[in-house]
Design a protein around this ligand. Structure first.
Ligand SMILES: Nc1ncnc2c1ncn2[C@@H]1O[C@H](COP(=O)(O)OP(=O)(O)OP(=O)(O)O)[C@@H](O)[C@H]1O
Ligand SMILES: [Mg+2]
Length: 226
């Protein structure tokens, strides 16, 4: 079952002290229930990736509070965050972040290995489901952008995370391939009910979610306000 998220007055500002600063998230408050599939939409630069990176604990926030599974995330040290991230989270990065010296197979198998649940058939089966059954021995540099994105999707799903953070997971894919990936996510969402937070620019992709949040000027606004 998925992880619930509660954020209160979350703030994030970029810039150096004394220099120009940019307030990206402004006292953002929201709650996401366990098992929801929340879609975050907003213009380029509106802060979607920033928010997802904060939820993953990859980037720090400046103030406010974030509860994951009822547990305050702020005071956790990096080691504890890494443990939670490895065990409970899957992250599809906007720029894929695959390990360049690992094969497609090893990229996908890694989170399962770390969690002591490596199963060769499960890796091959997931690779087939994302349409890369014949590419398991290749390296990321030998793949197209869309193929790399599908490796990133498989890597984020292999250990059945309780929280899937998906940053434009179909951004590099053609319509049909994108739909296949979203249908795979739908299947897994039905099966083990992870919480999903997904950013996208595509209204078609957004329809797969259970709720849409619109980000503008560092805050969520009603869709009619766009
Ligand atoms: N590491 C950083 N240092 C300084 N500014 C940053 C940093 N990361 C992001 N920003 C700024 O924060 C704002 C939000 O960026 P973010 O990547 O979250 O947008 P986004 O909504 O994901 O956009 P896109 O749809 O293009 O992916 C941008 O104006 C960006 O310039
Ligand atoms: Mg982004």
């Amino acid at each position: 079952m998925g992880i619930p998220i509660l954020c209160t007055d979350l703030e994030k500002t970029y810039g150096r002290p004394g220099g120009p600063t940019q307030s990206v998230l402004k006292k953002l408050s929201f709650s996401i229930e366990a098992g929801e599939w929340v879609v975050i939409m907003g213009d380029s630069g509106s802060g979607k990736s920033t928010l997802l990176n904060i939820l993953a604990g990859i980037d720090p926030y400046d103030s406010g509070e974030m509860l994951l599974d009822g547990r305050s995330w702020g005071p956790l040290n990096d080691e504890d965050k890494t443990l939670v991230r490895r065990r409970d989270m899957g992250f599809i990065f906007q720029n894929y972040n695959l390990f360049p010296f690992l094969s497609v197979y090893e990229n996908v198998a890694l989170p399962a290995r770390i969690n002591g649940r490596h199963d060769r058939e499960a890796v091959h089966s997931l690779l087939r489901e994302v349409g890369l059954g014949d590419k398991h021995a290749k390296f990321p540099a030998e793949l197209s952008g869309g193929e790399q994105q599908r490796v990133a999707v498989a890597r984020a799903l292999i250990h059945r995370p309780r929280l899937l953070l998906a940053d434009e997971p179909t951004g590099a894919l053609d319509h049909l391939t994108g739909r296949k990936i979203l249908e795979l996510m739908t299947l897994l969402h039905k099966e083990f009910r992870p919480t999903i937070v997904m950013s996208t620019h595509s209204m078609d992709a957004a329809r797969y979610g259970t709720r849409i949040l619109h980000l503008r000027d560092g805050q969520f606004v009603p869709s009619s306000g766009l």
